[in-house]
Design a protein. Structure first.
Length: 188
């Protein structure tokens, strides 16, 4: 009798993550994961009490991938606020299914709540303050408007509705945010 292959939680999470990356959550189920692992569904339910538990682990891994992009932008030496916007859009371009899961789902939150609810929001707002000179509260209000614009571009990119080059995105963000800031400050 051949030895029984043991599957670790991380093996199962990684397979599920790859399925979701290509097909979204609709592609994920125990049989599909078992097929990819070339095993029965037993190792999945040995490691996870339910598919919901596995989905939470996959979601966490997806969110950590998003955070990698945002941290890269935050650590930029030149205009980290702009770079975080570029990285947000780049994440949507590189991982459209992940972006849809994180940022294109039905919610009852307001735009400000979505912006403030994100773990990375404090970093984005502080980097924006460096650029704008606004107080934290004012920068939060201004950033909601910037996020709505940036999110629009990211949605267009994630759904492949519009094709932008990286240079076009950078120029569009810089010019539009500059004009938005003039209007925001001038309108006070």
């Amino acid at each position: 009798m051949p030895p029984v292959r043991k599957f670790k939680k991380e093996d199962i999470i990684n397979v599920a993550y790859e399925i979701v990356k290509n097909e979204g959550y609709q592609g994920i189920n125990a049989r599909r994961i078992a097929s990819e692992l070339k095993c029965s569904v037993q190792p999945i339910f040995h490691n996870f009490s339910s598919m919901e538990e596995l989905n939470k682990e996959v979601y966490s891994k997806i969110y950590n991938k998003y955070k990698e992009y945002m941290i890269k932008g935050r650590n930029s030496k030149v205009n980290a606020y702009k770079q975080m916007g570029i990285e947000y859009i780049k994440f949507a371009k590189d991982y459209p299914e992940f972006f849809k899961i994180l940022f294109m789902q039905k919610t009852d939150l307001s735009a400000e709540s979505i912006v403030v609810n994100d773990d990375m929001s404090n970093d984005v707002i502080k980097k924006g303050q460096i650029l704008t000179g606004l107080s934290y509260e004012e920068q939060t209000k201004f950033h909601v408007k910037v996020w709505i614009f940036t999110h629009g571009i990211a949605c267009l990119v994630a759904t492949k509705t519009v094709q932008f080059t990286d240079e076009e995105i950078a120029v569009l963000l810089e010019n539009t945010v500059r004009e938005m800031l003039k209007g925001y400050i001038g309108g006070k």
